[in-house]
Every structure is written in C-alpha cells, then in structure tokens.
Design a protein around this ligand. Structure first.
Ligand SMILES: NC(=O)c1ccc[n+]([C@@H]2O[C@H](COP(=O)([O-])OP(=O)(O)OC[C@H]3O[C@@H](n4cnc5c(N)ncnc54)[C@H](O)[C@@H]3O)[C@@H](O)[C@H]2O)c1
Length: 444
C-alpha cells in the first residue's frame, strides 16, 4: 500500500511558503501550509563549478521522462543519472536498464536509489547528492513536485504543462521566485523556445519583417490520443493515474497537456498573457469515462484589441495541423511544427525568410542549456513564462467548459480552481469522472 496523504501534500509547499513567497490565500489543500514551514537550504548546485558532474534524479519514467534523461545524457558529457522514481517500480527499472544500455556507466542507479510509489519524488529530493531533478509525471502532480524539488534546493527540469489549475499556477509562480532567489535553475519542456526555426522567425517578427503584428492563429489538430484500459485489480485512483490523459485533474485536457506548446508560441509572440478569452468546443468522440473534450477553440484577446486564435482537436481520420501563423501589417510568418521550419512572406507572396526546423535537436538543446547554466553558476529560471502559458491553456479550457468569458485577472487573482483531490493514495478512491457542460459548469 502506498499513501500520499493530505499531510504530505501540505508539507510540500512549506519550503516555498517559508521563503516568504506565499501565493494568494484560499487554495486550501496545497497552499495552506505556511505557518509551520522551516527555512530552506540551497542544494549542491548553486555557484559556478567548472568541470562539475551534474547528478540527475528522474521522476516519472514513461516515454518522455526516459526521453528527457536520454536527451540530457546525450547532450551533456558531464551528467550522470543517479536516481529514478515512478509510481510503477517495474517501469522505472525497465527504463533504467534501457538507459544503461545506451549510456553505460553514466547511468548509475542502484536498486537502493530507484523508488516506486507516490512518494518517490520526495525520496529523490531528499538525496543530498542529486543536483538536478527531471520531472515528467502526469502533469497534475507537477506543481507539487516542482515545489518539493525547488524547496530542497535542487535544479529542475519540468516537463510541460507545469500546471493544470489556478492553485498549481500560484505554486509555480512562487517556485519561480524562490529558485531565482536561491540561485537554482528551472528549465521547462517547451522545446520550441530552443528551436532555431522559432527563435530566428520570432526574432525577425520582432525586428519588423512582417510590420506590426495584428494577430495570430495556432493549431493543435490531430487524430487522437492514447487511452489505457483499466487493468484487473486497479483501484479507481490507480486507474486514473495510469490512464491520466483522460482525467482533467491529471492532464488538464488536450489544450493544456498537448497544445500548451502552441499556446506558448502565442505567449512568446505577444510577449505575455492576454486579458481575456472567449472559447468554444465539443465532445462526442471520447470513451465513456473520459473527461476530455474532443475540441476546444479560443480567441485570446489583449488589452489593445489584438486577438490570437487557437484551435485544438482530436478527431479520428481528420487532417493533422499543428502550425502557427502570425499576421502582420506587411506580411505573414508561418512558424511550423516539428521539423517543418519557418517561412515568412510579404503580402505579395514573396518569400522574405526561410529556415528548416529540427525538433530532435531542440529537445537536446534545452538540456544542454540547463546543465551549462548550472555549471556556469548562471542558472536559467524560466518557470513563470511556462506557468503563464499553462495558465492560458487553463483559461481557454475553463472558458470553453463554462461558455463564459474568462479574464486573466479572474483566473489568476480570484479563481479558486484547485483540481487536486483532497486525498491521493494507492489503492484509493478517485473523483467520479464528469464531463463539464457549458451553462451548467461555471467559472470557479
Ligand atoms: N515536451 C514534449 O514534447 C513532450 C512530449 C511528450 C510528453 N510530454 C510531457 O511529459 C509528461 C509525461 O508524459 P509521457 O508521455 O512520458 O507519459 P507516460 O504516461 O508515458 O509517463 C508518465 C509516467 O509518470 C508516472 N507517474 C504518474 N504520476 C506519477 C507520480 N505522482 N509519481 C511518480 N510517477 C508518476 C507514470 O507511472 C508513468 O510511468 C507529460 O506532462 C507530457 O505532457 C512532453
């Protein structure tokens, strides 16, 4: 039996709160922890340490967690993987063995340093010789894991999205401030930010190649996503975490879980979050117990009246489209997904700029920059930016679910949205799945 009790959750944010970086009140479970908190200590990573070997702990050993560890080991000759955790211990061990086969002695994870269960992340954060923690579980746990790792003075790599609700957003903002204050790094899994086709394209947009930016379209439209059938003997909680994509408290729905990449591009191009969002969507195609919608479309609006539109859908047998288009007074920029690169045209159709993309390199580049920043003693701290992009996705989702216009001010200063169940334990109960219906469901 594995427990993850309310008491443990409360302890997780204590370090952040203790640093005087308390999020707004009213978040009950995850934010009610300030009084008993003790000061944090900075871990082993702070300060310039040329030649240092950076020792990594991985939390969440699925496809991306293993991929992130592999990317870091591939990009950095001076890292070692020394600890791993996953709810499923067998999965963690299998990932360890595969990584060891690829990277030999640089994967040095003995059975004593590989943890199963819900509290494995805490055991990794407690290891004094771990410098950097990679976080790649189901997204709902991310703010808690970030809080624990930053609170323990670790450098962090956090996969996207970094939050799926308002409570998680505030934890991330507080963690960002604490990391900046104590000199520890946080890089996030928004790899387009490290892909030259996006960097160079957005640089040229900023330099005026398409004139004034008047708006933007972003799309994450694909054929679907995995669904993991319940296995015999699983409790409700075990099943929901296993099939996490389909439960909003764990994944945040498609708009947060997948499309945050595109929404982050909107955030990047526009230089920050919007003031409000009008959204719509549908659900007709999901398995019966899935809480996900099939589609969400949003108009994000800025104070100057500019609108950026997002369309997301999982429709079987439909055309995939994951590109971003920025409209300017003098031209149009296509910031395309994966390896398709960026092309910029004037309004006559003349090509002004073109560059190829390389997504695989971007996945490695984020780990290279992270580790280099740690060794140089100039830690990159970029959590707030990704927290804002993740919160934009939450804002769009909530606007669609409710049919109400969601403002940034409401979502970030008044909303009490906190999706984490009060008690998470395995075996255990889980919140009954439900599909949000506009008109019935309200912004909260
Ligand atoms: N940046 C990218 O392009 C990219 C690509 C794929 C996935 N991701 C992100 O990576 C994360 C993981 O995705 P994935 O595809 O690897 O999923 P996955 O289901 O393959 O792996 C998740 C793993 O986390 C474990 N887990 C879940 N909750 C846990 C907890 N509380 N403690 C310990 N282990 C836990 C699961 O057992 C599983 O092994 C997601 O946030 C996803 O959005 C990012």
């Amino acid at each position: 039996m594995q427990d993850h009790t309310r008491r443990e959750f409360l302890a997780l944010t204590a370090a952040i709160s203790a640093a005087g970086l308390v999020a707004p009140e009213g978040f009950g479970l995850r934010m009610a922890s300030a009084q008993d908190a003790k000061p944090t200590s900075v871990g082993s990573g702070a300060g310039a340490t040329p030649g240092k070997v950076v020792r990594i702990g991985l939390v969440g050993c699925g496809g991306r967690g293993s991929g992130a560890a592999n990317d870091s080991l591939t990009a950095n000759p001076n890292v070692k993987l020394v600890a791993m955790a996953d709810i499923d211990l067998a999965k963690a061990k299998a990932a360890r063995d595969a990584l060891k086969e690829a990277h030999g002695e640089r994967v040095d994870v003995t059975d004593e340093r590989i943890f199963g269960g819900l509290d494995g992340y805490q055991k990794i954060c407690d290891l004094k010789d771990v410098d950097l923690v990679l976080l790649a579980t189901a997204p709902g746990f991310r703010p808690i894991h970030i809080a624990a790792a930053v609170g323990a003075g670790k450098h962090v790599f956090a996969e996207k999205p970094v939050c799926v609700d308002t409570a998680g957003y505030h934890i991330c903002c507080a963690a960002h401030d604490l990391a900046a204050k104590q000199g520890t790094a946080i890089v996030t899994g928004t790899q387009y930010r490290r892909q030259p086709s996006f960097i160079e394209g957005i640089k040229r947009i900023r330099e005026g190649m398409i004139g004034d930016v008047v708006g933007m379209t972003a799309r994450y439209c694909s054929n679907g996503i995995w669904y993991r059938e319940r296995q015999p003997g699983m409790s409700d909680m075990e099943y929901q975490i296993y099939n996490w994509m389909h439960f909003i408290w764990l994944s945040g729905d498609q708009i947060a879980e997948q499309a945050v990449h595109n929404i982050d591009i909107i955030h990047w191009v526009m230089g920050g979050p919007p003031t409000r969002c009008f959204a719509s969507g549908s659900r007709w195609n999901r398995p019966a117990d899935s809480e996900m919608w099939d589609s969400v479309s949003c108009d994000f609006e800025w104070a100057n009246g500019k609108i950026c539109s997002f369309t997301g859908r999982h429709w079987p047998n439909s055309d995939n489209q994951l590109d971003n288009v920025v409209y300017g007074s003098k031209g149009v920029a296509y910031l395309r997904a994966f390896d398709s690169g960026t092309q910029i045209y004037d309004h006559s159709g003349k090509e002004l700029f073109s560059i190829k993309g390389n997504l695989g390199a971007a996945y490695r580049q984020e780990h290279k920059e992270l580790v280099e920043s740690i060794v140089a003693g100039k830690p990159i701290v970029e959590l707030r930016q990704t927290a804002e992009s993740s919160m934009m996705a939450v804002m769009g989702r909530e606007a669609a679910y409710s049919g109400q216009i969601a403002t940034w001010d409401f979502m970030t200063t008044k909303s009490k949205l906190d999706l984490m169940p009060k008690l998470v334990q395995i075996p255990g109960d889980a919140p009954a799945p439900f599909v949000r219906k506009p008109g019935e469901y309200r912004l909260q």
